[in-house]
Every structure is written in structure tokens, then in C-alpha cells.
Write a protein that binds this ligand. Structure first.
Ligand code: 13P
Length: 340
């Protein structure tokens, strides 16, 4: 794919009012999510759940792309249509998670490095054949006593850049995801400091690896107080700190920034995104690529019951619509109660 085509896919993923559904939970993660509704994680349950999400009527009004997991990209809807085609027929771009997960970084207790570069070029070509047009790789940065170390930040930034370069060579838009975790008692100021350092290194590695930023999307954490911090910053402070951080380190050549939700409640993730977009115009689109914040209400409604697919789809549509409002800075808590 030529750079112009990568740029056009990247732009379509952050089209006005739309965002990405992250439905790329690995097998252990989806098992955890299903446990919350007392549902065994069988292959058929996983398939049925993804079909529910991907066939929600009207969701393409608000969803530009969906990130799939290796198993999911190979699965089909009940009528035999492969999932990537189910999505692309609706004008939704199929994407794929391509990392092999975050593993302990040798010599650095409490820190992680994401694996999956070996054989990546071949896997990317296969995914492209199957219909994927973008990819995702997640690096995980924990905040704690003496961490993150410079070595952990550098190793993860380097891996992200190698992944991004391979994606572009294969004709896939890379979503670069360095996630600074919200676990811990740290302050919002500490989160800002770590996020700034992490992103600064990521962009210097991307430039060094000759990755054109116009065909790349960034998926960062928001700048938040740690989950166990006694003082929790409100949405206005989160919005100011996050936008200030991004303005300092993210080049305006990047078409869009698609936040992860990272364990925030669905309402919080929507409110914070809306507060950022309400601040005015930014050099990049500010959008979402939520997993839990889009899916929590859906799982709660579905409960694994085929008779509840319709109500669960309504919950998904509603959540996506609220995030559409947040893309324009127009979400209010009162909208939560509005019938779809
Ligand atoms: P959450 O929004 O649940 O953090 O998931 C997004 C994601 O894709 C993490 O890699």
C-alpha cells in the first residue's frame, strides 16, 4: 500500500463522530470478562458474543473500525460470512491485535516488555489477506516505586517502532499503544510525567525507524490519578492534563489519537473524552478505541442468553452513540438515561 492509502485508512478510522471498538480480548482476558456474567468461555460463546457486537444494527454510524483477535478474524457469523466481511460490508474497517502479550522484562522486577516481533512480517501478510487494514500492539508501563525505568520505556518504544514499520511495509495502519496503567496510588502529576516520558520516546523511535506518522494512529492512556490515589482528579483536570501532555509530545502529523479506557467506568471514559473535545480544536482528532468502556453494559445485558441479544445490542448502540456525542464535546450525564 502506498503512503497515501495508509493515510486515508488512518483518517477514516478517526472520521468525525466515529471511533473504534476494541474487541481483541485474548483468550485469558475474554474468559475473565465472561466470568463476570457467569458464562464459560467456549469457542461458540466467544463467537456468538462477537457476532452480537458486529451485527448491531446502526452501529456503523458511530463505529469506524473494530480490532479483532487472531481467533476472531478466522470466525464466521451464523450465516457463514467471515467476520472481517461482516464488518467491511457495513463500512467498518477490520483490524487485528498482533502482539503476543506483555511478559516480565528480565532483570527488571515489576516491569513488562511486549513480545511478538518474531515472524511478525509473515503474520501481518496473512492478516491482510484475511481483510485486516490496521493493527494494534500494546505496550504496558506500570507506575510504582522506582518504576518505570528508562530501560523499560526504551525497550517498549523500540518494539512499538519495529512493529509499526513492519505494519506499514505490509499495508496495515499501525495503532501504537503505549499504556501507562492506572493501577496504584500515584497522583495525576506522576501519571503526566510518566506519560510524557513514554510518548516522547515512542515518537523518537518511530522517527528513527522511518515510520511516516501520517499513516499511524496513537492509542494512549488518558492522564489520570492512580486508581488508589486518595485525591481523584475531575474530568476538567483530566482533560487539561491529557491535552497538555499530548500537545507537548505528539506531532501534528499524526491524524488521530484514539484513547484506551484502561479500567475507567464507561461513564467516566465518555465524560473525560467529551471534556477534552470541549476544550476546542486540537492538532489531531481525539477519539476512542475502547474495550471495556464500550462492552461492559453489553455483557451485563446479554448474560449469554440468546433471547437477550436484541437488548444487548441496544446497550451497545447506546454506548457508541454517547461516545459519538463525546467526539463533539457534547456528552452530558443526563444522556445516559435517554432511550435509544
Ligand atoms: P480498554 O478500553 O478496556 O482498556 O481496552 C482497550 C484495548 O484495546 C487495550 O489494549
Amino acid at each position: 500500500m502506498r503512503p497515501k492509502e495508509l493515510e486515508s485508512v488512518a483518517r477514516s478510522l478517526v472520521e468525525e463522530g466515529k471511533g473504534i471498538l476494541a474487541a481483541d480480548e485474548s483468550s485469558p482476558t475474554i474468559e475473565k470478562r465472561f466470568k463476570s456474567i457467569d458464562l464459560p468461555s467456549s469457542e461458540e460463546n466467544r463467537r456468538a458474543y462477537r457476532e452480537l457486537l458486529f451485527t448491531t444494527p446502526g452501529s456503523s454510524e458511530f463505529i469506524s473500525g473494530v480490532i479483532l483477535f487472531d481467533e476472531t478474524i478466522r470466525q464466521k457469523a451464523k450465516d457463514g460470512t467471515p467476520f472481517p466481511e461482516v464488518l467491511s460490508r457495513q463500512g467498518i474497517v477490520p483490524g487485528i491485535k498482533v502482539d503476543n502479550g506483555a511478559k516480565s522484562l528480565a532483570g527488571f522486577p515489576g516491569e513488562k516488555i511486549t513480545e511478538g516481533l518474531d515472524g511478525l512480517r509473515e503474520r501481518l501478510s496473512e492478516y491482510r489477506e484475511m481483510g485486516a487494514r490496521f493493527a494494534k500492539w500494546r505496550a504496558v508501563i506500570a507506575i510504582g516505586d522506582g518504576i518505570p525505568t528508562a530501560c523499560c520505556l526504551k525497550a517498549n518504544a523500540h518494539a512499538l517502532a519495529r512493529y509499526a514499520a513492519l505494519c506499514q511495509e505490509t499495508g496495515l495502519v499501525p495503532i501504537v499503544e503505549p499504556e501507562v496503567l492506572m493501577d496504584g496510588p500515584h497522583t495525576i502529576e506522576r501519571c503526566e510525567e510518566v506519560t510524557t516520558a513514554a510518548l516522547d520516546l515512542v515518537f523518537s523511535e518511530l522517527l528513527e525507524h522511518r515510520v511516516p506518522l501520517e499513516g499511524t494512529l496513537l492509542k494512549p492512556n488518558m492522564v489520570l490519578s492512580g486508581k488508589e490515589c486518595p485525591k481523584q482528579a475531575d474530568a476538567a483536570s483530566v482533560a487539561r492534563a491529557t491535552v497538555r501532555t499530548l500537545r507537548r509530545v505528539v506531532p501534528s502529523a499524526v491524524p488521530g489519537i484514539v484513547f484506551l479506557s484502561g479500567g475507567q467506568s464507561p461513564e467516566q471514559a465518555t465524560l473525560n473524552l467529551s471534556a477534552m473535545n470541549a476544550l476546542g480544536r486540537h492538532p489531531w482528532e481525539l477519539s476512542f478505541s475502547y474495550g471495556r468502556a464500550l462492552q461492559e453494559p453489553v455483557l451485563k445485558e446479554w448474560k449469554g442468553d440468546p433471547a437477550r441479544v436484541g437488548v444487548a445490542q441496544k446497550a451497545f448502540y447506546h454506548r457508541a452513540k454517547l461516545n459519538n456525542a463525546a467526539r463533539f464535546g457534547k456528552y452530558t450525564k443526563e444522556m445516559e438515561a435517554t432511550a435509544t
